[in-house]
Write a protein that binds this ligand. Structure first.
Ligand code: SF4
Ligand code: SF4
Length: 356
């Protein structure tokens, strides 16, 4: 004889299947727990590379590509997505990232090279992981704002420059770009700034499939419970405007250093937050890499993952070789095939994961 528990489980599965049958594409991936996002890099303004990078990851099968809120960057990303759509029928969401306050993801370093003493041993050049610092100063198209160079100058002439969009420019920018989704980087204690940012977004009058909220604990002497409280505040703001949330847990922001440790940080934050977080899909970010999946239990997990530094560095050698050949990656078949293969190796374990 069937038990109540058995019947309830069956009913729950029927209702879940019915719900899933009504969804498609990115929303289905969020519901099934195999959503993958590419973080193209908020400061990445190497335009030709953005088109190739987005085309590669769209072809590999990501559900969303997250870029900085910059018209030229969005145009380049769209070109890559359209290219993959025409040839392969792959059409991920385009998301733009903004911030409701000062944020390391939205800054660049700057200094006046005229002020450098002739005999300076140039420690700034050595510490920069992306060779953005040259005799002429900092190349803004390379600098991604990691901040390593800021404290190292012996005469203290390197400063950070805020690259965020002003609040008044948000609505015109979103009306012009018309993204599928927007992600707001926020942090503890900034609920009022978050509200103002949401209000500015609504003035654009653009339908958004999701509004992402990116927040983490890095650098804060607070508990996951405090973070959850803040997420609940953001949840009520989103509800007021009728936006569907997508929570991004930033395990370790700006984790250009790729290692097993960073993957653990992202997973550990998710484990602490999941039971106390507001409703809506949660995606891991900040320090995610190919090891991340190995730290999760097989029957349980977040709804998705966002890959940034690792996804970009895997494709970087192909982009550089294409540049050396004076072509783009899309027009170099061997390089293209090899790059897509690398991208698939990183994301396929997530695309094929079914556990919720
Ligand atoms: S060290 Fe970091 S912040 Fe400084 S120039 Fe290089 S990328 Fe930019
Ligand atoms: S460390 Fe400071 S002074 Fe020396 S080259 Fe770099 S910016 Fe100039």
């Amino acid at each position: 004889m069937a038990t109540n528990e058995g019947i309830n489980k069956k009913l729950k599965n029927i209702s879940k299947d019915h719900h899933l049958n009504k969804l498609s594409g990115a929303e289905l991936a969020l519901a099934k727990g195999n959503w993958v996002k590419l973080i193209c890099g908020a400061s990445n303004q190497d335009i030709p590379s953005i088109t190739d990078l987005c085309a590669v990851y769209a072809a590999a099968g990501v559900h969303c590509i997250d870029v900085s809120a910059d018209v030229a960057v969005v145009k380049a990303a769209r070109e890559g997505i359209c290219w993959a759509d025409k040839r392969l029928g792959k059409n991920p969401w385009l998301m733009i990232s903004i911030s409701d306050g000062k944020d390391i993801h939205f800054r660049k370093a700057i200094f006046d090279p005229q002020k450098c003493p002739q005999n300076c041993p140039r420690p700034c050049e050595r510490i920069c992981p992306v060779d953005a610092i040259q005799k002429e100063g900092i190349d803004p198209s390379r600098c991604y704002g990691c901040g390593r160079c800021l404290p190292i100058c012996p005469i203290g002439i390197i400063h950070e420059e805020d690259t965020r969009l002003a609040l008044k420019d948000l609505a015109p920018m979103i009306s012009q770009i018309r993204p599928d989704a927007v992600e707001i980087h926020t942090t503890l204690g900034r609920n009022d700034a978050f509200k103002n940012t949401l209000n500015a977004i609504t003035k654009a009058n653009v339908f958004l499939k999701r509004v992402g909220v990116s927040c983490g604990l890095e650098g804060y002497e607070v508990s996951p419970e405090d973070l959850a409280k803040e997420l609940w505040q953001r949840h009520s703001c989103l509800q007021k405007h009728g936006f569907k949330p997508l929570w991004q847990l930033d395990g370790r922001p700006m984790s250009g250093d790729i290692g097993i440790g960073t993957a653990r940080v992202a997973v550990s934050l998710w484990e602490k937050i999941r039971p106390i977080a507001p409703p809506g899909p949660l995606q891991l970010a900040g320090g995610t890499n190919s090891h991340t999946i190995t730290h999760l239990r097989t029957d349980h997990g977040p709804e998705g993952i966002a890959f940034g530094g690792m996804a970009r560095s895997l494709i970087q050698p192909f982009l550089q070789e294409a540049q050396a050949k004076k072509t783009n990656l899309r027009d170099w078949p061997e390089g293209w095939d090899a790059a897509v293969k690398q991208a698939k190796q990183l994301i396929n374990p997530w695309l094929t994961r079914t556990y919720l």
